[in-house]
Every structure is written in structure tokens, then in C-alpha cells.
Design a protein around this ligand. Sequence first.
Ligand SMILES: [Zn+2]
Length: 135
Amino acid sequence: MSEPERLRPIPAITRDTQFWWDGIQERQLLIQRCSACGNLRHPPGPMCPSCHSLDWETLASSGRGEIYSFVSFHHPPIPPFDVPNLIVLVELDEGTRVVSNLPGVPSDQVRVGMPVQARFDELEPGRLFLQFEPA
Ligand SMILES: [Zn+2]
């Protein structure tokens, strides 16, 4: 009997993060911006950590950035994720950072400061995920 196909875990979507996931499905990388002081923040949250305003809007990111940090996950293998699983922390040109993946790039070729570009891949039927590729 074959192993059942394992799907990626469904993201935990809350009222605070709904806009971000909706943006991903429309191939947009949205950043939360405080309407009062203009502070950009990620991950999304209800209140500005700088001025405590509850008012916010979104800014569409260019998707360009650079590797701020990364880890190459080898063991134990956790289906459905490929190993090595290259997990990257990308500093976007707009100034916020986001955790994502950099598929198809050998970990010995990744460098801090490496320019990358966002892309949106359908990793599960009907569901897009944010990933990055070398720019
Ligand atoms: Zn603010």
C-alpha cells in the first residue's frame, strides 16, 4: 500500500493576516503600513509598534530584495517539503523582512546579500505560495 500524498500545511489565516494571503493569491506581495506614521511592518498585526495606531493600509512591494539570513534544513525529512529545504529571510527593498523559500538553488551557492525576486508558485492545487528566486 502506497503512502498517501501529503499536502503542505494550510497557513493559519487570521483577521490580521487575511489581506496578506489574499494578496499572495493575486500575485501581490503586500506590506502593512501604518496610516498614522507610515511605519512598515511584517508580520502583520493589529497595532503599529511605533505609534500604537490601529489604522493601517497596504503597500504593494516590488518583490525585490536580498538575502538577510538563511538556513538549509536537511534532517529529519518532513514530507511534503524537499530536503535540503532552503529557508530564507529576505529583506525587501521597502525595508521589511519576510521568511520564505529559495527553491532550486544549492545551499552552497546562497550568500547573505544575494539579490532575489519574489515569485508566486502554485504548490497546491488552487493555492499560491510566496517563494523567491535569484534576481
Ligand atoms: Zn504608526
